[in-house]
Design a protein around this ligand. Structure first.
Ligand code: ATP
Length: 208
């Protein structure tokens, strides 16, 4: 039984999904916390009910799904509401991730499995202890604001609010076992991913 559980995190828009995709191409299993976050707020689910109870029916689209864009706009402008939303969703997301990790660890994988768990709020949700290693995808603040403005068509102020709602990047870097700088080309990022992949494979080979 050889499984290496690797947490992949970073800041908003720093390139976590891009990096996870590169690891998948190299052979990693990927668990994406964003998918879990989406699943638990499907109409009728417990978190969906709690969100509608707290934020009101105005937060729903015609098909009863939560309007995630609108919800994000509301909570990133109001810290208390963000905390409330996190209280509704985080415990459930964390429990599902924990289960998935336990499942991975109990699997018999003689040639070794590297499982990358992509979790935007890994540190915010205190998940460090569950990981064998942690990778932080780093993006300098200037570029982060630039990419966020392009992707989400926000105002400069909204973009900065979202970035500042997370633990500062510098603190995340200090807790990382590996750092990937995604501030340059994708080719540059891929080289770093390959290097870390080799190191992880070696780690796995040495473990029993
Ligand atoms: P979030 O958690 O905020 O959804 P993320 O950290 O998973 O985002 P990605 O979705 O991988 O980040 O990338 C964010 C955006 O930046 C995407 O539009 C992606 O195409 C772009 N991007 C990623 N890496 C680079 C790069 N090296 N150069 C330019 N653009 C990039």
């Amino acid at each position: 039984m050889k499984v290496l559980i690797v947490g992949l995190t970073g800041g908003i828009v720093s390139g976590k999904s891009t990096v996870a995709r590169m690891f998948r191409q190299l052979g990693a299993d990927i668990i994406d916390a964003d998918n879990i976050a989406r699943a638990i707020v499907q109409p009728g689910e417990k978190a969906w009910k709690n969100i509608v109870h707290y934020f009101g029916k105005e937060i729903l689209k015609d098909n009863q799904e939560i309007n995630r864009k609108e919800l994000a706009r509301i909570v990133f402008a109001d810290k208390e509401k963000l905390e409330k939303l996190n209280k509704i969703t985080h415990p459930e997301i964390v429990a599902i991730i924990k289960n998935k990790i336990e499942e991975m660890r109990s699997k018999d994988s003689s040639d070794g499995t590297i499982c990358i768990i992509e979790v935007p709020l890994l540190f915010e949700a205190n998940l460090e202890g569950m990981m064998d290693k942690i990778i932080v995808v780093y993006l300098n603040r200037e570029e982060q604001i630039k990419r966020l403005l392009i992707r989400n068509s926000l105002t400069q102020e909204e973009a900065i609010n979202r970035i500042d709602s997370q633990i500062p990047m510098e603190k995340k870097l200090k807790k990382a076992d590996y750092v990937i700088d995604n501030g340059a080309s994708l080719g540059h990022t891929r080289i770093q991913v390959k290097q870390i992949w080799q190191e992880l494979r070696q780690l796995l080979a040495r473990s029993t």
